[in-house]
Ligand binder design. Sequence first.
Ligand code: SF4
Length: 309
Amino acid sequence: MIINTNSLEIFKQNEYRETDIGLVSNNAYLSIVATNNCQRNCFYCINSHTDRRLNLPIGKAVKNIKKLVDKYGIKEAVILGGEPLLHKDIVRLCRQVKEVGIKKLFLTTNGIELVNNPKLIRDLSRYLIGINMSCHMLGPETLDKMKVIYDTFHEKNVKVRINTNVWRENHDTLESLLDFIHTLTDACVCDEIRVSNLIFKDSFSVNNVNNLRAEMLILTDEEYQNFFSDYLAYESQRHAIFVNENTLGFVKYYLIPTPVPVIVNWNMGSKVSDQVCENEIEKRKINTFKCLVSGDISLSWNTKNIIQL
Ligand code: SF4
């Protein structure tokens, strides 16, 4: 198996340089919120309880992204939402983000708009190097659709990653997680799989409302710790496992070099807000920027930490 160290965040080593807003990583990346709109209503979504009619103003956003690239050397971005493919000009947004200097562009989607839409896949493929599809439950029909999407992106050299989360009764046993991974691997529908925990929203989020379902379904830190430890112990008997504790400064990443590589990452015991926004400028380490749905650039998912460029 050949694993390209360029394309997996686990191999990133951060070097920080002093700037007017704090210590900025040479690997800092930008998340761009294309829209708050979505067809779904996932209980853990940081976008819930927001105005779903908001769409990114491309002109303002691209102007700010260019300033961000020029000032802080940002090279990588991911477009997300809500569901980004519901932005009516999503392909133009991808093109213009590339034109202002973003070298590596990814997009995170629930995949609904990609079904039976090879033209959209081909148009996106001109600008993206990778697509992340969120997926939690699998049926034969889902796998068939994923296969068509995967093959079309694969033809255009766009890497497909499946993102999944662990919560109560969703891959929260070793057996169910292994079953999920093996099903995806056997069906040849992705190039890699990422498994993450869920975290409660805090002051870093768009809002800090945790609904009742989130309270019930998100595992405790101890439960996540035990669950991931069991999984890693199982895989470590079969494979060497790569670990980088500082990939994003505060999130632990593991890479399991299975036939379809699995990336496990989790963030526990520390609030994201503490890490990046709410400490002293000289001490804070900045690994991510957000382009909010308003087109402003922020250090968090909300308007409390908008930066002037
Ligand atoms: S599909 Fe994604 S954006 Fe839509 S509600 Fe679920 S988590 Fe949120």
